[in-house]
Design a protein around this ligand. Structure first.
Ligand SMILES: Cc1ncc(COP(=O)(O)O)c(C=O)c1O
Length: 437
């Protein structure tokens, strides 16, 4: 592990290293190709799919931040996942958590079922028998995502890695939600870390990219070969922007987290919230492990609204500081409905098994002023209250009384679905899912 502080590694990545002109900020090399001095005398760089100086600066910084031997910068987070899977053969078994990011789940299940790329075992790491399941599966690779998306469940990385070592399995951790500033899986025994750098590492929601960091140099070299072979290395311009975003990673994460802690506290007090999922809360089932293996609880949080799904749009329409959008980790606050957005590629059954309910909302808390964020959410709850009240008055019109409020407010006598408002934040509940709940 590097002796330098995270803030120093991030802020000084590539600074004052320009051999050509002594530029303080590193230049961006958009060139696709490089001149040879003579036949047989290629320099360090020959073609930018294989190697690029701007991409290399980012890779070096990420390897140092994660404490790895080698990093490979890829063109998306998904391609970083694809890259790690190159270590598997059709005879191998991959263990994945039942509640990983929907796109990763889609990749794993389709590669296993449609391409027979490997055998797949889906394990619920929150259940007591997870170790037995892994021992029985004898996997070549175990995939972890902790905190998980979207329910922020925590897996004990060290415990899984200890078992993996006994079985000769590789452990890959998707560290997108926390970044190396808040969690260093390689130091806990993992072999590979993957990131969607689209999220906190870049932090400004203007680059889709990824990275893979290996503890072992030889595995890193093999995967670098595969990245070039498959053509999934990252673009120089993306690497330049990501390097710029990376410089402020630590202060951004600090601000993200401070805001999230206040929001978690606020949501817990809301009568229309039936459950808050945030590992920073003492009652969260993974709180103790999160405290032990993380350097902070992160800035992702989910909650269940105690209303019928038809009222979700009322809440979303009232928000102005939380934008309804996919993705996370940017400086701006986002709200998402995992069931119909990020996790729509999971079957309704898989969503239900993973605990993704129809009124689950996920927040990516940004770095805006906390008072504005709290006021925004308060506005959303006030709009819900008003809609419930309007529906419960006799003059509220025709309609079902009880179908608008559930859980905490199950006594309210709602009488109609409020008229659909003109929405700037379009929202649609996956119709396939409504049938299941
Ligand atoms: C945890 C996690 N891993 C991987 C990905 C895929 O990354 P990308 O969208 O950059 O391809 C995402 C995307 O949301 C994610 O949330």
């Amino acid at each position: 592990m590097s002796q330098r502080h995270f803030a120093t590694i991030a802020a000084r990545a590539g600074i004052a290293q320009d051999p050509a002109h002594e530029a303080v900020t590193p230049p961006m090399y958009l060139t696709t190709t490089y001149r040879l001095k003579a036949l047989g005398q290629a320099g360090a760089y020959d073609y930018s799919r294989s190697n690029n100086p701007t991409r290399d600066l980012l890779a070096e910084a990420l390897a140092e931040l994660e404490g790895g031997a080698k990093a490979i910068v890829t063109n998306t987070g998904m391609s970083a996942c694809v890259l790690a899977l190159q270590l598997l053969t059709p005879e191998d078994t991959l263990v994945i958590p039942h509640d990983c990011y929907g796109g990763s789940y889609r990749l794993f299940t389709n590669l296993a079922e449609r391409k027979r790329s490997f055998k797949l075992e889906i394990v619920n790491f929150q259940q007591a028998d997870w170790a037995e399941r892994i021992q029985a599966a004898k996997p070549a690779m175990i995939w972890l995502e902790t905190p998980s998306n979207p329910l922020l469940q925590i897996t004990d990385i060290r415990a899984v890695c200890q078992l993996a070592k006994q079985l000769g399995s590789k452990v890959v951790v998707d560290n997108t939600f926390l970044t190396p500033v808040l969690q260093q899986p390689l130091a806990l025994g993992a072999d590979i870390v993957v990131h969607s750098t689209t999220k906190y590492i870049n932090g400004h929601s203007d680059v889709v990219a990824g990275a893979l960091i290996c503890a072992d140099q030889a595995i890193g070299e093999e995967l670098k070969w595969w990245a070039n072979c498959l053509g999934i290395t990252g673009a120089a311009f993306d690497a330049y922007l990501t390097l710029r975003g990376l410089r402020t990673l630590l202060p951004r994460m600090q601000q993200h987290q401070a805001n999230t802690a206040r929001i978690a506290e606020f949501l817990q007090q809301q009568p229309l919230v039936s459950q808050v999922y945030y590992p920073g809360l003492a009652q969260h089932p993974g709180h103790a492990i999160a405290k032990a293996q993380q350097q902070g609880f992160g800035a992702m949080l989910s909650f269940d609204l105690a209303v019928q799904p038809a009222l979700l749009q009322v809440f979303l329409d009232a928000l102005h500081c939380f934008t309804l959008a996919q993705s996370l980790g940017g400086i701006e606050s986002l709200i998402c409905h995992p069931g119909s957005m990020t996790h729509a590629s999971m079957s309704p059954e898989a969503q239900k098994t993973a605990g993704i309910g129809p009124t689950l909302l996920r927040l990516s808390v940004g770095i805006e002023g906390i008072e504005d964020l709290l006021a925004d959410l308060a506005q959303g709850f006030a709009a819900l209250d008003a809609a419930i009240q309007a529906a419960s008055t006799p003059t509220g019109g025709a309609g079902s009384a009880k179908n608008q409020v559930s859980a905490k407010n199950s006594n309210a006598e709602a009488t109609e679905v409020p008229p659909q408002q003109e929405s700037s934040q379009s929202f649609r509940l996956n119709p396939a899912l409504t049938a299941l709940w």
